[in-house]
Design a protein around this ligand. Structure first.
Ligand code: GLU
Length: 536
């Protein structure tokens, strides 16, 4: 352990999007930096030219920003240990190789791929396994090496692992004391024929040059650690503290993967999760505050996070728990936060609602499991409508903040994800038209017949009276009073109205919804539905 100020890094390879596991690693590094008053560095490991893309880098940065994980040094913010893209650090790897050569700790190897493949095949056939590079070039005379390099012979650079090293030991902050026999470490390649550094070499150079004190990363890198320690030692640099994080498993106990559904961070955004909720949830996949607290806000996380409360047990990604937690965070939003977060979803509700066909359309009632499955799908707001419609929906949403604010009390208690907003609120934007749920039509209107017809007419009269203020409480009271006169029970009075105006039996609070709409539209809906239900 060192007493130096903490410097940690998140070092994604831009070979894909930001995966949930990567996001958790980023959160732990960030929270540890914040809790210790340290520095959180972001470094992009883009040395794989085939698989790294600028687009992925941008997606990763955007996802980190969305999660609210601000980095102190790295792309876009700079810093004194930069550059923060490995491809821009090639001179530092060359300098490190030079240092190793001077220390006699690296040597040129001229063995060709064919030669090595043949040795491997032979070892596998005759000895039941390949023990690694056999050291053919380890002790070539210096003048021969110089001459072959000068002649342009292709070569790699390998680490000269000390023969008498003894076990490679370290105290992992999560896994505890670890020991690996050095004999099984062959003289690994540091620099390839084309001059590019290998992953292990580049990572050690960067972590050392950037003054990283703690390496917090996935345990898929645990087996790289002894090799990296050998490189630190060869360079004569301090070895940082390692903390390896256990795997994240799906509910079926298998490693979290595409099979389990969404795996990258922006898919979660597009399914209506709040960044605060996702950060809280991911923080608890392998770490705990006290073993029981589940709602831990950012401030607490940034104050209390510690490596000694990370568990090495595999963490299980429980989507039901995430939904629950997201609902908690949604309910905690005040109306301003809601208006900001719900904006694209309200615009999607508007685009959906304005897109319904003219008049009354009877829509088949979806099965429960169909609804549940649809709710889990990624729904990128704006996808599926033309850019013009989408721009107009966003603009109209911004121009009508009273609808966002009015919708807040209607649904805030009833959401576990923001992507439920379009289905729940599209009816606000139907104008005079209605998507009429078939089951509700039959049960509440057709089966009830004249009684429902009479109830609708009674409410319609109240809603049509221009002397009645367009106010939820008083309209409801007037309808109720009118129902009493006609001896219609409240349930028999309001359900037909609900189906006529909102299209089904399960809409948000009725009168609070009605007043968010236009009086003429509401009346047109009632007329259209009465006609569809009771007309010839
Ligand atoms: N770039 C590596 C990865 O994305 C991380 C390396 C490290 O954390 O040491 O897996």
């Amino acid at each position: 352990m060192t007493n130096k100020p903490v410097r940690v890094r998140f070092a994604p390879s831009p070979t894909g999007k930001l995966h949930i596991g990567g996001a958790r690693t980023a959160i732990y590094n960030w929270a540890f930096a914040r809790a210790t008053g340290g520095t959180f560095v972001l470094r992009i490991e883009d040395t794989d030219p085939e698989r790294s893309t600028e687009e992925n880098t941008q997606i990763i940065l955007r996802a980190l920003r969305w999660l609210g994980l601000d980095w102190d040094e790295g792309p876009e913010v700079g810093g004194s240990a930069g550059p923060y893209f490995q491809m821009q650090r090639m001179d530092t790897y060359a300098a490190a190789l030079e240092r190793l050569r001077e220390r006699g700790a690296a040597y040129a190897c001229f063995c060709t791929k064919d030669e090595l493949d043949a040795k491997r095949a032979k070892a596998e056939a005759e000895q039941g396994g390949y023990a690694g590079y056999d050291g053919t070039c380890r002790d070539l005379p210096a003048d021969e090496v110089e001459a072959r390099i000068a002649a342009g012979e292709p070569h790699v650079w390998r680490l000269r692992v000390p023969k008498d090293h003894g076990p490679i030991e370290f105290d992992d902050a999560v896994y505890g004391h670890m020991a690996f026999p050095a004999e099984v470490m062959d003289d690994m390649i540091l620099v390839r024929t084309d001059g590019s550094p290998t992953y292990n070499f580049a990572v050690v150079c960067d972590d050392a040059n950037m003054g990283i004190t703690h390496v917090i990363r996935g345990d898929d890198h645990l087996s790289n650690t002894p090799r990296q320690i050998l490189i630190y030692e060869a360079l004569g640099y301090d070895v940082p503290t390692f903390a390896h994080l256990s795997m994240i498993l799906g509910a079926d106990g298998k490693k979290l993967s595409k099979r389990h559904g969404a795996t990258n961070v922006e898919e979660y955004r597009d399914r209506g999760y709040l960044p605060d909720a996702l950060v809280n949830f991911l923080a608890l996949l392998g770490w705990s505050l006290d073993g029981e607290t589940t709602i831990i806000d950012r401030a607490t996380l940034c104050r209390e996070f510690s490596l000694d409360r990370i568990t090495k047990k595999d963490a299980v990604f429980d989507e039901t728990k995430l939904d629950w937690m997201n609902g908690v965070y949604i309910r905690e939003m005040d109306v301003d936060a809601w208006t900001a977060s719900a904006r694209p979803w309200l615009a999607a509700a508007r685009a959906d609602g304005e897109g319904v066909p003219a008049g009354v359309t009877v829509a088949p009632t979806p099965a429960k499991d169909e609804l549940a499955a649809a709710a889990r799908e990624t729904h990128v707001p704006g996808e599926g409508v033309s850019p013009e419609v989408w721009e107009a929906a966003l603009a109209a949403t911004d121009e009508a903040p009273e609808i966002a604010r009015g919708a807040y009390p209607l649904v805030i208690e009833r959401l576990s994800r923001l992507n439920e907003i379009p289905a729940k609120l599209a009816f606000l934007f139907w104008g005079p038209n209605v998507m009429l749920d078939e089951k509700s039509l039959n049960k509440v209107l057709r089966k009830e017949g004249a009684r429902a017809d009479e109830a609708l007419a009674a409410c319609r009269a109240v809603l049509a009276d221009e002397d009645n203020a367009w106010d939820a409480e008083s309209l409801q009271e007037k309808c109720r009073a009118r129902g009493e006169e006609l001896e219609i029970k409240p349930k028999n009075l309001f359900q037909p109205l609900r189906v006529a105006v909102c299209g089904n039996m399960v809409s948000p609070p009725l009168f609070e919804s009605i007043v968010l709409m236009d009086r003429a539209d509401v009346l047109a809906r009632i007329d259209g539905v009465a006609d569809a239900a009771f007309g010839e």
